[in-house]
Design a binder for this molecule. Structure first.
Ligand SMILES: Nc1nc2c(c(=O)[nH]1)N[C@H]1C(S)=C(S)[C@@H](COP(=O)(O)O)O[C@H]1N2
Ligand SMILES: [Mo]
Length: 249
């Protein structure tokens, strides 16, 4: 019962993302301030499933001195080169698909929206991990601004890069899309994302492995099914290498 109420509350919001009325995080510490209602809702959800549990968060002192890069470290398209050349001033994030109000956000708009900051551990399947502090906008706020349709089931992240012409993309279900630690991050360790780490914006979906953390996100698309998207398995590695779509950690 509580889950249904919560889900409805997130769907079809008033699109006031940039008015700053959703106070998600303001604290420099890692703890999110929850209202009593949210705490009750989260506890109820945990009784049903642990998908809403939080990934561990760390202190600033626990950050890795070096956070390596992996996969693509520079999208090859001329469009990306032009955006990068302009320091991403002309870059826009599209939020569309099964939404009532398709949106287009500049980097400045995303940075002036309510932010979440979290220090988490990134685990790559290739056998390395790194702890970093990410800052960005909760994906839930963007979906609420766009008014997610009730038939949306997945959120797809379309990226600016490709491997030999095959675009990189990823997707999550609505549990992860609305998870409090799921953010579109513009900064790592207090600095704007480097190109290697996915400038200007990348996904952090902290309960899952490294390959889900899509870099160079250009478009967020709400869909009812993953079947029609690229190879149909919900992500570049899922389509091409057989990695699991749900890469929970
Ligand atoms: N767009 C895009 N996102 C991507 C990748 C990529 O090649 N392209 N590689 C993935 C993999 S396997 C990992 S481990 C992380 C690496 O992120 P980092 O380069 O910031 O360390 O990004 C993930 N997201
Ligand atoms: Mo990875």
């Amino acid at each position: 019962m509580t889950i249904i109420t919560r889900r409805n509350a997130l769907v079809g919001g008033t699109g006031l993302l940039l008015a700053g009325c959703d106070k998600i995080v303001a604290s420099p510490t890692v703890k999110r301030v929850l209202t009593l209602g949210e705490k009750a809702t989260m506890s109820a959800q945990r009784l049903v499933s642990n998908r809403n549990a939080l990934a561990p968060e760390f202190t600033g002192a626990e950050r890795s001195p070096v956070f390596r890069t992996n996969g693509n470290t520079m999208p090859g398209s001329s469009e990306y080169a032009a955006l990068m050349g302009g320091n991403f001033a002309d870059w826009k994030l599209a939020v569309d698909g099964l939404v009532a109000r398709p949106q287009s956000f500049s980097l400045a708009q995303l940075k002036s929206a309510p932010q979440r900051r979290q220090t988490t551990r990134h685990d790559c399947v290739e056998g390395w991990s790194a702890i970093g502090e990410w800052t960005g906008v909760p994906l839930a706020l963007l979906l609420r601004a766009a008014g997610l349709s009730t038939n949306a089931r997945y959120v797809v992240f379309h990226c600016a890069d490709d491997f030999d012409g095959t675009p990189y993309y990823e997707s999550v279900d609505l549990v992860d899309a609305f998870h409090p630690q799921t953010i579109l991050a513009h900064s790592l360790n207090g600095q704007p994302l480097s190109v290697g780490h996915g400038a200007p914006l990348r996904l952090r979906v902290e309960r899952q492995l490294g390959y889900k953390q899509a870099k160079y996100v250009m478009r967020v698309e709400a869909v009812a099914s993953l079947a029609g998207i690229n190879g149909g398995k919900g992500g570049y590695w899922e389509d091409n290498v057989g990695y699991q779509w749900y890469a929970g950690i």
